[in-house]
Design a protein around this ligand. Structure first.
Ligand code: TYM
Length: 334
């Protein structure tokens, strides 16, 4: 009999077009992991309601996230690829975990504080308990590996805390989930202007989207922040120059990167040439994904089928966990 595979879970909110950060922080790992693990990947539509209560564009955003993941190589036949709201038991587990989550720790979460600063008009309870819902997503499949970018590290730590608290209070039901990246360190893809990270809903001109047209890609890359070049040989690189190099490392050939690195160290680098090269390599990388996205989006019948099959697989796993959860908690009165 074959050894039981480790369980993997992750999700992406449908709050806008997916970008290079989502690809290199998350989706690239999903695609690698799908052959070796039992995988549950989902579109976090419920999480998106914490900041995007208007649901007019939700359906098309959900379809887009599904299509974008599949275009990147995610195979819905190999994994459970589903919508968060199609697994109703997640809401039940979220309720139970909320009793083990404390207001003080939730208020200290970095993502909560950021969102409050960004939108002080809509500080709702769902926003505060966002990490609890994320823990429910992960624990409902008893996942141990969670492929995510660096920004999700704290949420994973909180998920581990809730798993441990539940196990100590009731019974050993959940393994500890850990953030995962094949290259060990979690990734943060910087924005092109050197001020933050690439994002679905902010800083559009400094973010490269998987759906960007070739000309848009060229325009954005050529605007990336640089300066007139180093004046001292082998000088350390300022952060924004380091960013351009790290973007190049994602898509360009090693000898190309080496050449610009040597030019930098000799103070002969021409950032205009470097950005032109980076722009062309980005176009080569993004264009085939963009074409595939557009093809998949034209097939809503296929997307419906993906969602239905994904929900069936995810519900089977969720129902099995919830039976154990209810029994462990003593919620069985017959
Ligand atoms: P979301 O939708 O913000 O991002 C989806 C994934 O992309 C990663 N990511 C990045 N990685 C590197 N550099 C960047 N600039 C960058 N921007 C985004 C994120 O780390 C994430 O892996 N809370 C989650 C969604 C979620 C979830 C879950 C994740 C809901 N339930 C359960 C894991 C497990 C979020 O908002 O991701």
């Amino acid at each position: 009999m074959s050894e039981k595979k480790q369980i993997v879970m992750s999700g992406i909110r449908p709050t806008g077009y997916l970008h290079l950060g989502n690809y290199f922080g998350a989706i690239r790992n999903y695609v690698k992991m799908q052959d070796d693990f039992t995988c549950y990947f989902m579109v976090a539509d419920l999480h998106s309601l914490t900041t995007h209560p208007d649901t007019k564009e939700l359906k098309s955003n959900v379809h887009r996230v599904l299509a974008e993941n599949i275009a990147c190589g995610l195979d819905p036949d190999k994994v459970a690829f589903y919508c968060q709201s199609h697994v109703h038991e997640t809401a039940e587990l979220y309720l139970y975990l909320n009793m083990l989550a404390y207001k003080g720790e939730l208020e200290k979460t970095a993502t909560f504080k950021d969102k409050v600063r960004f939108n002080p008009e809509n500080v709702n309870a769902g926003l505060l308990t966002y990490p609890v819902l994320q823990a429910a997503d992960i624990l409902i499949h008893r996942a141990t590996y969670v492929p995510v970018g660096k920004d999700q590290e704290q949420h994973l730590e909180m998920s581990r805390n809730y798993a441990n608290r539940f196990n100590h209070r009731y019974a050993e039901v959940f393994p500890e989930p850990h953030a995962f990246n094949y290259n060990q360190e979690l990734i943060r893809i910087p924005s092109l202007d050197g001020t933050g990270k690439m994002s679905k809903s902010e800083n559009h001109m400094a973010t490269l989207y998987l759906a960007d047209e070739d000309e848009q890609i060229r325009k954005k890359v050529m605007k990336a922040k640089t300066d007139s070049g180093p004046v001292e040989q082998n000088a350390p690189k300022p952060d924004y120059i380091e960013n351009v190099f790290s973007l190049m490392k994602l898509v360009s050939a090693p000898d190309v990167i080496l050449k610009f690195d040597e030019d930098y160290n000799k103070c002969t680098i021409r950032y205009g040439d470097m950005k032109k090269q980076l722009a062309e390599d980005m176009v080569q990388f993004i264009a085939p994904i963009r074409e595939k996205i557009n093809g998949i989006l034209h097939n809503p019948v296929y997307l419906k089928d993906v969602m239905e099959k994904g929900a069936a697989k995810a519900n089977e796993s969720a129902n099995a966990t919830m039976k154990e959860v209810r029994a462990a908690m003593g919620l069985n009165y017959y």
